[in-house]
Design a protein around this ligand. Sequence first.
Ligand SMILES: Nc1nc2c(ncn2[C@@H]2O[C@H](COP(=O)(O)OP(=O)(O)OP(=O)(O)O)[C@@H](O)[C@H]2O)c(=O)[nH]1
Ligand SMILES: [Mg+2]
Length: 1128
Amino acid sequence: MVLSSLDKMIHLQKNTANIRNICVLAHVDHGKTTLTDCLLSSNGVISSRLAGKLRYMDSREDEQVRGITMKSSAISLHYAKDNEEYLINLIDSPGHVDFSSEVSTAVRICDGCIIVVDAVEGVCPQTQAVLRQAWLENIRPVLVINKIDRLIVELKFTPQEAYSHLKNILEQINALTGTLFTSKVLEERAERETESQVNPNSDPGEQVYDWSTGLEDTDDSHLYFSPDQGNVVFTSAIDGWGFGVEHFAKIYSQKIGIKKEVLLKTLWGDYYINMKAKKIMKVDQAKGKKPLFVQLILENIWSLYDAVLKKDREKIDKIVTSLGLKIGAREARHSDPKVQINAICSQWLPISHAVLAMVCQKLPSPLDMTAERVERLMCTGSQTFDSLLPETQALKAAFMKCGSEDTAPVIIFVSKMFAVDAKALPQNKPRPLTQEEIAQRRERARQRHAEKLAATQGQACTEPPRDGSALDTSPKGEETKGDEHQVESMALKSLPQEGNNQESFIAFARVFSGVARRGKKIFVLGPKYSPVEFLRRVPLGFSAPLDDLPLVPHMACCTLENLYLLMGRELEGLEEVPPGNVLGIGGLQDFVLKSATLCSVPSCPPFIPLSFEATPIVRVAVEPKHPSEMPQLVKGMKLLNQADPCVQILIQETGEHVLVTAGEVHLQRCLDDLKERFAKIQISVSEPIIPFRETITKPPKVDMVNEEIGKQQKVAVIHQTKEDQSKIPEGIQVDSDGLITITTPNKLATLSVRAMPLPEEVTQILEENSDLIRSMEQLTSSLNEGRHTQMIHQKTREKICEFKGKLEQYLTGRKWRNTVDQIWSFGPRKCGPNVLVNKSEDFQNSVWTGPAIKASKEASRYRDLGNSIVSGFQLATLSGPMCEEPLMGVCFVLEKWYLSKFEEQGASDKHNEEQRDVVQDSQGEEEACSGGGENPGLQDGGSEPLEKKTSQKGESSLTDCYGPFSGQLIATMKEACRYALQVKPQRLMAAMYTCDIMATGDVLGRVYAVLSKREGRVLQEEMKEGTDMFIIKAVLPVAESFGFADEIRKRTSGLASPQLVFSHWEVIPSDPFWVPTTEEEYLHFGEKADSENQARKYMNAVRKRKGLYVEEKIVEHAEKQRTLSKNK
Ligand SMILES: Nc1nc2c(ncn2[C@@H]2O[C@H](COP(=O)(O)OP(=O)(O)OP(=O)(O)O)[C@@H](O)[C@H]2O)c(=O)[nH]1
Ligand SMILES: [Mg+2]
């Protein structure tokens, strides 16, 4: 096949039914990029000899050096089959966990995916992750089992063993699909049930499947991978071959004379052939019959490998002639068997044909988009499709039709922005000259030459040439100079004005409906845009030019400047892109940060945000080597933020610029990009900043030497606790149970607060539901502001009930009685894993119901000051007393809250507004104030207790020398919470990675050694069936993980490579404040006992980094001096 020309691609883009948008997904190193290479070579993009070696899609230098892909990139291919021509937009994705966000960006704009599995390694953690992502996005997968050659060459399997092994892999991956399917079916069924309760008349015709009847009746056969279904192919990308059973069914049906359909069903599976009777029967193992797959397929491949590896010329020739192939003399004589195998197999079983035919047959075109997927894309958060505006719902038809007529709305999704060198853009490249232009130039040059010649001849009489060469160089020199001028001016014109070697951002996008044309004006919708809001502001629709629209939040208007066909490392300029295609869009960098929805009609909702699997957790602070280069760094970081889907850029309160990345490899890539592309300056990078959480636990039952704390020790411990408590300043009362009672400086209010550890399950529930808590919070605050735009949907309400139910389930017993009903707030940031419970009798308030509507004056007084209490709690949970890290799993109970009479008087004439009857607690300080401003009722009382009012007027009786009262309350509440924590056993929590390591038996010991050195804990060890590989699952503190992957790789000579994924927070059992108190402890740990205390080490490191006071004993008298041996 020749290099498909641009015109051909443009032509193919218009035939939507024959477009396939697919991505290649797999665990790291399973051969995605190599497979892509093979597919590219079929289009002549690269030569077939280089396929598998070049890794064309790995265009970055570090990708080539490290041998892993770091970004997803797209290329368009042409494929012809049975008189049909297809356009395949192929996206190669990275498999390394650190870059899983790149997978999300690819999956969103595809309709199908190729899941690649290494035949030796089988199903790996990332295989599971990508399969789940494909499910979540509702795209259809096909399976490629790659590296079959390793079964022959490395594992030296017989064909029969290989068959069982492959069967095993298929079973594993189908089991995975099964679990995903059942969980999804069950979820959907539950959803449908609730929906049918809400809306009994919903149209059943809309449903793709009738889930309501449950699992038994749902047809799931099409979901599973099976070679006879045609959705599995077996390949060796490195050797350039691959096949599906269909290929052999066709051949053998002619050869043996059995119907192709029968063969298709029986080539895979336990069937054997009775050659004499030409009958296919079930395999009876006892008789030693081989399955068809072994006999007719694998044995042939095995014997070819055998012949080539043994250099059996005769046999090779026989095979080649029997297959009717022609092998070039160079390959046939080549000493490397790989070259020979490649030459023979790539002709016999061309991999690109096997894979692309499967893609075209089994994966859907953009026209086959399911209603389910469209609805999922359009419904953000807790919305359901029926709750959208009718205009918005109408867009569903446009999605499904994928029409290219002028009336069709243009809908484009940008899934990421990627940076390219501006010089690489097609409009900036010197374009090859056409024949006419070359002729013109030649003509011009000849004229100039003649003129010059005439002039010099005229001059020659008066002025002889200085040297002989002048004559023949001058015209040529002139001409090149002239050309240079031209090129320069051309380049100047076409390059963006900011100057040379600029990074230019291209949006990685897909047209879902309508035709994207250059110069078209289009809306850019941010993730928070709401069509409802648009209609509120522009009620009469819009007929005016787009530029004249009033300002609508999260919406901008821009022009599609440049459209590109993505061709791997190259871009080709396009005038228009029909629907259903993947494309690049230039000129959006000022409008789109990372992803966005572009639409020509304002009723379009933004697409749901991409779901990222990895949590960014590794943070470093960066600064320029030369302080004067700060502006470049800031600019560079902004560009980096735009170019990477998952990196986060923060400026901390300390002024540090912080980079948050998904892992070590990602961090390295970000730093390289920052140094070499975006900032182009020298930077210095801090040690990784490890996040911790602070919490409290129940008092321990055993001491540090694992002995039960007896009476004597108890006394010692109590003594120690007393000592701790003595740190608490005077004027604060602490009872034996840890209840802190504290009064504001102006003595007007007294608070009693207690801290209790939450059960682990509750903390987990809170973490899982943080989105729900956030939307509860948004809802209440929008109600508070008097906006009733956000209706609580039935589903959300149910979710809230379920959430509450779960909390109640775990918060049982006398200690927690009624606690759930009394939850007042969550923190930090109002959605974190800590709770504030209000048990004060004077004032009841909870997140579930809002304040108790007791219209008494007293209640309203408490309610107004409630915000300060909540703010104090938010501040306390944001940074704990140990090392100013956020808290986790702590419940603060406000037992009493007493306001003195004086204050009561001040507030007594306050009105009780209806508006303020809604939940007040969740309002932030500022909101509370602005709410007050809107409210005329609040302004007439001179003794308004709200902070801002008093401070504005400066005359209130409540402004005393300690500052505004509500401010005092915030500070006091914060203090109370901190002291309440300090009287309990405090602990640090460490972020933990889960880590999957695959290693062979002989390096297992070394892997364990590295793990235990780094405080890792092995959870499980399994032998991979049929191989000598072990799979180890372990957890490892993030704090100990730096260099872990490298160390493992080095210690095992590259045989094991771990994948680290953030999993959870874990309490570090040791007490950071612990000092030995008993005899045994002294004996065991020595007097200083600081070497063993991991928690203290971490705590002090954080405190040092933050510039906090560190209580450290400097070694005064070393216990033992080590003598260096002399012969060293
Ligand atoms: N033996 C054998 N090796 C293969 C085959 N396909 C790929 N490889 C090798 O596997 C290694 C990884 O291949 P890549 O194509 O870079 O893998 P990838 O899935 O793109 O890796 P990431 O993008 O980093 O996730 C390379 O060394 C390839 O040469 C195959 O069919 N057989
Ligand atoms: Mg790759």
